[in-house]
Design a protein around this ligand. Structure first.
Ligand SMILES: [Fe+2]
Length: 350
């Protein structure tokens, strides 16, 4: 399956949270279906999982542009439910993350590279991400605005430098996708903001900017006391009703396979092409993203075992089916066929 109309391109899906005016982005290489999500909101976890499943996205990264003060992140839950890795700036000092990025670090996403651009100022740990003519700015640079600098180690001078020296050095036509917009505007460009941003555009000096920021007199975000502590631990991790078993190994799958029990069904969640190239004998191919079409058939089995390449697609497919009430699925969530091959277990082609 390819994502309709988006072959050989980076597909970006922009999604909005009405309550905090937060934009969440899904990025997916339409060829490989590898994807990333930027700034997911806990209240909208089901929406995001639905799109990840429907588009068949193998989620590699959950990227947080910074520690949010106005909403709780779903990063921890999404990691449990999809196997993706949580990415934060090293300077955010968030506990239990998977990838810490520094300025100019690169995340591989299919044929694309997401480049981290360190942009402190709104918070000390803010990071923007550039890919393929687009920059995801979090709260560093908003459309005709910018993030506030009066808490979470914010600093107006740093923010001015981040915007004018880092972001404004990108090509003028670079499309800006911000972390919020309160007026329903979805994107901008570097050229537009250089010219029209009332805080940092029009050759505004650092002193002008510091003065503007010191006079904003904003009230605190309603959820700050709840959101910041939760987000310092990647949001809330353990309130899901979806069964997550991170211990089932490829060796255990092999033992199940040897039993040849007709009540057991082994499913390969990789693509048809990957399956044809080599799979666990007697396994059935249900590519990730199509599992809900097989819900009724799958109800007929007592035990179902999922595997894929790395475990991410198997975990996400398990999540989608468990949310529809299917029980008794176990997945190999931290490895897959490469380990099966490495252990010299039998393989079947076609
Ligand atoms: Fe923020």
């Amino acid at each position: 399956m390819t994502i309709t109309g988006c072959q050989n391109s980076l597909y970006v899906k922009q999604m909005f949270d009405r309550s905090s005016c937060t934009y969440t982005y899904l990025l997916v290489d339409s060829n490989t279906h590898e994807g990333a999500i930027i700034d997911p909101v806990e209240d909208l976890l089901d929406r995001d999982l639905k799109f990840i499943g429907e588009l068949g996205i193998e989620l590699l990264y959950i990227i947080e542009t910074h520690i949010h003060a106005d909403h709780i992140s779903s990063a921890g839950l999404l990691r449990q439910l999809t196997g993706a890795k949580i990415v934060y700036s090293k300077y955010a000092a968030v506990k239990s993350i998977d990838i810490e990025v520094e300025d100019n670090d690169v995340l591989d996403l299919g044929q694309y590279n997401l480049r981290a651009i360190r942009t402190p100022g709104h918070t000390n740990g803010c990071m923007s991400y550039y890919v393929d003519g687009m920059v995801f700015t979090g709260d560093t640079l908003l459309i005709r605005g910018c993030g506030r600098t009066d808490f979470q180690k914010g600093n107006s001078k740093d923010l001015y430098n981040s915007i004018t020296q880092k972001l404004f050095s990108l090509a003028d036509e670079t499309v800006i996708y911000p972390g919020h917009d309160y007026n329903g505007i979805t994107s901008s460009t570097i050229a537009e903001e250089k010219k029209w941003n009332p805080r940092v555009g029009l050759q505004k000096s650092q002193d002008d900017f510091v003065q503007i920021m010191s006079q904003l007199k904003l009230g605190l975000p309603a959820k700050i006391n709840e959101a910041v502590p939760a987000n310092e631990s990647c949001g809330i991790n353990f309130n899901s009703n979806v069964h997550v078993n991170n211990n089932f190994s490829i060796t255990e799958l092999y033992q199940i396979w040897q039993q040849k029990n007709p009540d057991n069904l082994i499913i390969d969640n990789r693509t048809k092409e990957e399956f044809i190239a080599g799979h666990v004998p007697r396994s059935v191919n249900i590519p990730f993203g199509t599992e809900l079409q097989h819900l009724e058939q799958l109800k007929g089995f007592k035990h179902i075992y999922f595997y894929c390449h790395s475990g991410r697609r198997a975990q996400a497919a398990l999540t989608n089916l468990t949310k529809k009430g299917l029980e008794n699925i176990i997945c190999v969530s931290h490895s897959g066929l490469p380990e099966w091959l490495a252990l010299n277990y039998p393989v079947e082609e076609s």
